[in-house]
Design a protein around this ligand. Structure first.
Ligand code: SF4
Length: 432
């Protein structure tokens, strides 16, 4: 959205500075995100009482009525309207000027995102971290996990056309970007909506049929000159079948780092979460990945304190995680999200218990990471350097181990072989 404004000649300033227009891209993933979104919206008007304050994004999408009650907001737009944000804002300015500068809601627009059938194409968006570009390939999710509001905020699966993705990556490769991160709301579903008629629910069928899917897209990206690393964003475990791995292993640019969102290591909890795999299936998937990729780094997301999670259920999760040994685990304490099934489930778990469980899993995660990193001491690894941090230059290996090297050289965006010397909290200090 910033880029769209820049293209039209607007200037972007820090969100804490005085501006004429504030665009707040709201989040609604938890009740807390809603609250923070509301705070940001109000704060904008305090910075400049004459400014136009626009609420856009997921919270605006799912809670239009609630958001319209906030007097500081001038315009409310949903997710599908982001593509034409500049036009909506300019129309609003024109119409409110015509009405003698009265601040009235003339242009609120929220399409029913559940009815959207097409990926809202932004065009080439050069959104890059220092050395890697994040490429969005799809939007929406059809999974409806019981704790998650995202399908209501983002709608059904809509995949971006492969030719648009490829041309964007070709362009950024020419600009010198070496790593792309393939992302979306549910990237395993990529291409699902390209086929007309019967929807495919079975993942085996997804991989086996001739429809254009994620693996086909990855094969094309792998051919793009200049791109040296393809990193997959969070993936649904069931995507990783043997057929998928057979094709993936041939793509030398794909990073050996898989973020598989597990959420719980207990079948009963998974069932209540409406996740569609069992821990036995998950274990098999992990076994297969490790068979294909000896240096695979596996990371995950876990929710603790999901409604009804007993001590026994948590113990099952703990033991399962101890056994799988993820490199890193992102631990989330379950928080009730209004409008989801889980929010009304009985036996909500006490905050202190959630805290305790989270602490236990974070300790396990740290231990696993250190143990895994230890294996690399004395070994040579290839690092894509990203940024200076104090006296060190920091980067990542292909399998996402953080490496720091002491140097005065500017190594940004360079790939170099370095020797791992010692551990440093959650990363490794190496020598060039
Ligand atoms: S798969 Fe992910 S985005 Fe989709 S409903 Fe489940 S948690 Fe939400």
């Amino acid at each position: 959205m910033s880029q769209k404004f820049l293209e039209k000649g607007y200037e972007i300033v820090e969100h804490t500075k005085k501006a004429d227009i504030y665009i707040i891209n709201t989040c609604t993933v938890t009740n807390m995100s809603d609250r923070k979104s509301r705070q940001m919206l109000r704060r904008a008007k305090i910075l400049n009482k004459d400014a136009i304050v626009v609420a856009v994004g997921c919270y605006a999408q799912v809670a239009k009525n609630e958001i319209e009650q906030i007097p500081e907001i001038d315009l409310v737009l949903g997710n599908d309207e982001k593509v034409n944000i500049v036009q909506y804002v300019e129309k609003y300015i024109k119409e409110s000027n015509a009405q003698n500068n009265e601040t009235i809601n003339t242009g609120n627009k929220i399409q029913d995102v559940m009815q959207s059938k097409e990926f809202a194409e932004f065009g080439d968006v050069t959104y890059t971290e220092k050395t890697r570009a994040v490429i969005k390939i799809q939007d929406g999710c059809d999974r409806f996990c019981s704790y998650c509001i995202i399908p209501y905020a983002r709608g059904r699966v809509r995949s971006r056309k492969p030719e648009h993705i490829i041309s964007e990556i070709e362009k950024i490769a020419k600009e010198g970007i070496k790593e792309v991160v393939i992302t979306g709301i549910h990237i395993a579903s990529y291409g699902k909506d390209f086929r007309s008629g019967k929807e495919i629910e079975n993942e085996k069928e997804i991989q086996g049929n001739k429809q254009y899917r994620l693996i086909d897209l990855l094969e094309e990206i792998n051919k793009i000159e200049g791109i040296q690393r393809i990193r997959l964003g969070s993936i649904e475990p069931l995507l990783i079948t043997k057929e998928f791995l057979d094709r993936l292993i041939k793509l030398e640019k794909v990073c050996h780092h898989f973020h598989l969102s597990l959420q719980s290591g207990c079948n009963e909890t998974l069932k209540r979460m409406n996740r569609r795999y069992t821990i036995e299936q998950f274990q098999e998937i992990v076994k297969n990945i490790r068979k294909y990729y000896k240096d695979a780094v596996l990371t995950t997301d876990i929710i603790v304190g999901f409604p009804g999670e007993t001590e026994e259920e948590f113990s099952k999760t703990y033991n399962f995680l101890k056994n799988i040994k993820f490199y890193k685990m992102h631990i989330f304490k379950y928080s009730q999200r209004k409008g989801t099934k889980a929010a009304t489930m009985p036996n909500q778990v006490d905050g202190n218990i959630k805290e305790e469980r989270s602490k236990k899993l974070l300790e396990l995660s740290d231990k696993n990471q250190k143990e895994y990193n230890k294996r690399y001491i004395g070994k040579e690894v290839e690092v894509l350097f990203e940024e200076q941090e104090g006296k060190y230059y920091k980067g990542h290996t292909k399998n996402y181990i953080e490496i720091k090297c002491e140097t005065n050289e500017n190594l940004q965006n360079e790939i170099k072989k370095v020797k791992c010397k010692k551990l440093d909290s959650d990363c490794i200090i190496a020598e060039i």
